[in-house]
Design a protein around this ligand. Sequence first.
Ligand code: ADP
Length: 591
Amino acid sequence: MPDLEITQDESNAIQAEQVKAYYDDANDLNIAGMIVFSLLIFVVYDAIPWWVWGPTLIFLVLTSLGRAYLIRQYHNTPASHSIRFWMKSQAIGGGLAGLCWGITVTAMLMYVPLTYQLFVLMVSVVVAATSTSEGFSLVLPSRLFTVASIGPITLWLLTVGDRLHTVIALMLLLFIPVTIVLGNKKNHIFLKAQRLRFKNETLVKELSRQHELLESASQSKSRFLAAASHDLRQPLAALMIFLEQLEFERQLSASGKDVLEHAHQATGSLCTLLDGLLDISRLDGHAVRIKLKSFAIQNLFNELEEEFRPIARQKGLRLKFSPCSAIVESDVILLVQILRNLISNALRYTPSGRVLVGCRHRHGMIVIEVHDTGIGIAEDQLPRVFEEFYQVDNQERERQRGLGLGLSIVDRAARLLGHSVTLASKPGKGSVFAVAVPQAKAAIIEEQTDTQQSHEVAGLDGRLIAIIENEGSIRVGLQLLLQSWGCRVVVADSAGTMINQLDTGGEAVDMIISDFGLRGTMNGVEAIARIRQRWGADLPALLFTGNISKETYTLAMNAGLSVLYKPAKAVALREAITTALGGGKSHGERA
Ligand code: ADP
């Protein structure tokens, strides 16, 4: 039962509603009362002297006109008087109209024979009952009408003295409180409904306020994640580039190599965490362009099998992909990301046994399932494992055991694609994660998936690459790394400096790599556009940035640029460069 305690404001609003409801119907009651009164007089007027009904008829008409005027005024300008005024004026009007009825009807009863008396009484009672029943939203006017109209009649009936008149008088004595009580009951129901309505409105307002708060908290969180990961990405990018460089150092001692290996592992973990955060904030901010197309599941399976076979072998697990001829409609990159997370979890949480990936047809959908014979998940944990950073039994937060982001990325990506993800698991027996993907409608010609396309690998030897990067350490690191791959490099920390250098050098560059945030007035996207204006619109370019905001992503996409997020492993950077140079797949977009 909701709490119906109401505030003063709500109480005022309820009174206003009462008045409104009453005034909406009051004109009909007012006019009907006047007509019935006139008809009543028409029936008996020749049996009684005119001065019995004439003055009261005039008075009732005047009262009714006065009430009609107030009703009109209320409808035109409800704020012209206080709520109390509108309430009181109708109560006075009701009382006066009742008095006209009471006095006239009582006088009539003294002159007319019994049959007419019964008719007059019946009409009076019906009118009083109707007034109480219809005016339930505001009880005072009808209460006063009933008492003023029936009261004098009852008193006269009691004075007559015979049995019939006395019984009728007693009945009327009963009628008055009963109609008032019934009117009150209807009024209570009306008031309760109004209270509920206002409570609901308050609740809805409170809910939308909470919703707005949540929204803004979530936006703040995304902004924080984006900003934090941007600030972390810059130095980490530099660190990774330098570590890659160190690996080429031949003089490293055995212990130095060991230290380097650990440093690699630590930066790898950081990189994975930042990538997870990046995925989450991009999926949350819808900064991902979904490209739906039809493709064969088997192509995905082949690629994933190749990727995970070495890991399974290293753990002594059997990894099996059942052949699948289904063609589905989805976004290849997001679907691969979902399956990659599910398969890597299956391998991680399976100490022995096997991991099986397969698909089955169900109600026009292709359900891709990842089965494992691993540790399983307890029933009470099942709904929680899709939450961000939630890990079962990893209070110590050991990094080798993951970060608790994998399944929340699966959940968000699947929601973006409209694919449902289900999970069934038994502790000690294993788990089954299933993703339902729509089957492709039209038969399609077998095509390679984006993730599989072979691309021409362009040689880097001797290529002239322009690097615009405002962070000194990353600029130096990139320069050294690219030079170690055989590239020639020209570096600058702002668009203006780079344009000057290129103009002075005069030699056409093969590619531009630019950060987004640069020294000077231009950002990376604008810098690339300006250089392309001078050196050709199809000059290969890559935006290499730690800025993971949706706005930056959209700017880059609109400019048709590939994006590679910092920190990136050297191999990813090399792949993005060769892709841009060779015109192969645009991997960087989601790198
Ligand atoms: P993590 O990086 O810890 O793997 P996830 O979000 O991918 O984060 O998973 C959340 C938790 O769900 C994990 O900590 C693990 O306890 C549980 N989990 C996920 N997949 C499996 C699985 N195949 N078998 C058993 N437990 C799993």
